[in-house]
Design a protein around this ligand. Sequence first.
Ligand SMILES: Nc1ncnc2c1ncn2[C@@H]1O[C@H](COP(=O)(O)OP(=O)(O)O)[C@@H](O)[C@H]1O
Ligand SMILES: CC(C)(COP(=O)(O)O)[C@@H](O)C(=O)NCCC(=O)O
Ligand SMILES: [K+]
Length: 247
Amino acid sequence: MNLVIDVGNTSIKFGVFDLEVIKWKTTSNKHGFLQTLDEISKTFPSIENCIISSVANLSKEHLSKLEERFNVLRLNHQTKVPFINRYATPQTLGIDRIALMSAASFQHKNKNVLVIDAGTCITYDFINSENEYLGGAISPGIAMRYKSLHTFTDKLPLLEKAHPNSYIGNNTANAIHSGIVKAVLFEIDGYIAEYKKENENLTVILTGGDTHFLRDSIKNDIFANSNFLLEGLNHILEYNKHSCLEK
Ligand SMILES: Nc1ncnc2c1ncn2[C@@H]1O[C@H](COP(=O)(O)OP(=O)(O)O)[C@@H](O)[C@H]1O
Ligand SMILES: CC(C)(COP(=O)(O)O)[C@@H](O)C(=O)NCCC(=O)O
Ligand SMILES: [K+]
């Protein structure tokens, strides 16, 4: 069994895989990392291998606790991945985006695929039917947009995210919901339209913490898969098992 860990800027996602199948998953914050690890070790004593991807700083203590228990692959820019990376600065590419493109490459071979990860940031990543990763976009995530309107003004309240009734906000709260949620939806459908113009038979995957909140309001056909990044990490672990994790 494999333990797969994705450390994002908001939360840490843990997944337990038996070959290609996810058996269990949970989420924690930084403070819950060690307790979650204890629970997983107790519940799944047959886990041997682990992969961890992080876009945030990882504490030495957390990493050494993992290494005490499992063969650990820490995903980095040198790790062998199944796609050709055409990003002009591969050494600055987010580690999470490498995992997403690995999932796209493994699961949608020889397809044009756009992956949208609605997390702390919203990332757009495109891999073409030649298995080449070309790049994409990074925009502020939904929670970040609500926080920034509140932080950088005197008058705007900090609201819980909500879908607006109309794109015409008739009061402050509705104007904010429209300016954030409706704008994110315009952005997503706008990008999909742009990619579709130039790429036949585009497959679009939506993932990240806001998947469920957004999925039914996107006009284009998409596949919503909250586990896509974890699946990508599991693919990379299996792909590298023999070369990197031999004891
Ligand atoms: N319980 C929650 N706590 C924080 N953010 C949440 C929660 N549930 C959904 N979200 C949404 O998910 C987003 C964070 O997604 P996530 O995939 O966890 O981010 P990351 O991978 O960057 O850590 C936030 O923009 C927020 O709108
Ligand atoms: C853009 C990101 C902050 C997204 O992080 P997330 O929303 O998943 O927490 C992360 O992929 C990152 O730190 N990227 C580095 C810059 C780049 O990808 O070019
Ligand atoms: K993201």
